[in-house]
Design a protein around this ligand. Structure first.
Ligand SMILES: NC(=O)C1=CN([C@@H]2O[C@H](COP(=O)(O)OP(=O)(O)OC[C@H]3O[C@@H](n4cnc5c(N)ncnc54)[C@H](O)[C@@H]3O)[C@@H](O)[C@H]2O)C=CC1
Ligand SMILES: O=C(O)C(=O)[C@H](O)COP(=O)(O)O
Length: 385
């Protein structure tokens, strides 16, 4: 079997090596000629998978090691009888860590407690609902907008987008890119809604770039720089709007989901799906292949103030500012588009909050609850109570 895989998917050799010959290619440049003899195609979000790429090839299975599937013509694959799998939820915790790191930074800049802000979550799927769970556990009030779920589940506690924009202090976008239909998300945050954003509101966009009219956002920030904006996803990646990149508070190159844990789980999930598709044994176990974290444990005394302790643990594990600074360095060195992609390719290993074990000397109630609610693993050591 010939397996063609994006060069940026980790553990391909380890998971797929027993199944045949592996060819690694840069995802953005993949073309039909390179796939004529391929049986399996494994991609990330940068490869458009459709009839133009695959018609006339012998590909029988496509896996994308991503949550989003907007780059794949799923209907065409189905019509052709080509097996398909994505990796739902694989890097959702990583995106939640990213958002929490951003929120902690904003709170620290303002000298405010975390729970002084209401967070509006748009799109309450794997990412949004996990974000909601962690924020509510940290006593942060949340408003949820997810019309497909509201309709399907009869959720009267959900709100519509305009109400959310009016009431929330932070707006977090976690919708897939949907081009048409009742719940289309292309330019969901359009010029009118961007104009309606209140001064001091915080916008965090980590779903897909095209869900925001980024030209309108640039215009708003050029005329009134009164919002705070964290952008991970952009229109026209990697050739993104450089002026907008300079105007936002935090700019990162579509790496919110780039924890090693999330990426490796993505590979595991598509490997399992491919093995099932071809009736092959899936013998590899992710646990055996994951490297050790650089930082395994932090020990806190019971007297640490909860918010400071949380900020410390979050920074030790993942600090969103590292990625913003890194993008700036790559941009200066290589230019915007090349820098954007190079940083993604050379992304330094990052582990999820859950991999960091926080050891508490005493079972101090508030501190313990904060650490667990934020998603870290807890270890109580010494005297209890
Ligand atoms: N920045 C990054 O690195 C990453 C970005 N993503 C993006 O985030 C998206 C969401 O991820 P998941 O939560 O795992 O997907 P999911 O499929 O589990 O959930 C998406 C949710 O959005 C809701 N939704 C659909 N249309 C909507 C609309 N018009 N308004 C409000 N809500 C709507 C759906 O009902 C669903 O509950 C992915 O599709 C992907 O595009 C995912 C992982 C990493
Ligand atoms: O899983 C998704 O959906 C994502 O957006 C990915 O984390 C992005 O990674 P790439 O596919 O762009 O490398």
């Amino acid at each position: 079997m010939r397996i063609v895989a994006d060069e940026n998917i980790p553990l391909i050799e380890e998971f797929f090596g027993d199944h045949g010959e592996i060819v690694r290619l840069p995802g953005r440049q993949m073309c039909r000629e390179q796939l004529m003899q391929a049986d399996v195609l494994l991609v990330r979000s940068v490869t458009r998978v459709n009839a133009d790429l695959l018609a006339g090839t012998r590909v029988k299975f496509v896996g994308t090691a991503t949550i989003g599937v907007d780059h794949v013509d799923v209907d065409w694959l189905r019509e052709q009888g080509i097996g398909f799998a994505s990796a739902p939820g694989s890097n959702a915790e990583s995106v939640v860590d990213y958002v929490l790191s951003g929120l902690l930074l904003m709170s620290e800049q303002d000298g405010e407690t975390l729970n002084s802000r209401t967070v509006g979550i748009v799109g309450a799927g794997n990412v949004g609902s996990r974000l909601q769970a962690r924020l509510e556990a940290l006593d942060m009030p949340c408003l949820i907008c997810d019309p497909p779920r509201a309709e399907a589940e009869g959720r009267e506690d959900f709100v519509d987008l305009d109400t959310l924009i009016e009431r929330a202090d932070v707006i977090c976008l976690h919708t897939p890119l949907i081009q048409s239909g009742d719940h289309a998300t292309h330019h969901l945050l359009n010029a009118e809604r961007i104009d309606a954003l209140r001064p001091d509101q915080i916008l965090i966009s980590a779903g897909r770039g095209e869900c925001v009219d980024t030209s309108a956002l640039r215009r708003r920030l050029e005329t009134r720089r009164d919002l705070r904006v964290i952008l991970d996803v952009w229109e026209q990646e990697p050739d993104i709007d450089e002026a907008l990149c300079r105007l936002v508070d935090i700019a990162t190159p579509h790496v919110a989901g780039y924890s090693l844990d999330g990426k490796m789980l993505g590979t595991d999930m598509i490997h399992e799906a491919m093995s099932r598709h071809f009736g092959l044994p899936a013998r590899k176990r992710l646990g055996q292949l994951k490297p050790d974290s650089w930082l395994r444990r932090i020990t806190l005394t019971g007297w640490a103030p909860p918010l400071e302790a949380l900020t410390l643990c979050a920074r030790a594990c993942y600090d969103i500012r590292r990625d913003a600074l890194l993008l700036e360095r790559y941009r200066r060195h290589y230019g915007m588009a090349e820098g954007f992609d190079r940083m993604r390719k050379e992304y330094p290993p990052r582990r999820e909050f859950s991999t960091l074990r926080v050891s508490l000397k005493h079972n101090a109630g508030d501190l313990r609850d904060t650490i667990v609610s934020a998603g870290f693993s807890l270890r109580l050591a010494g005297k209890q109570g």
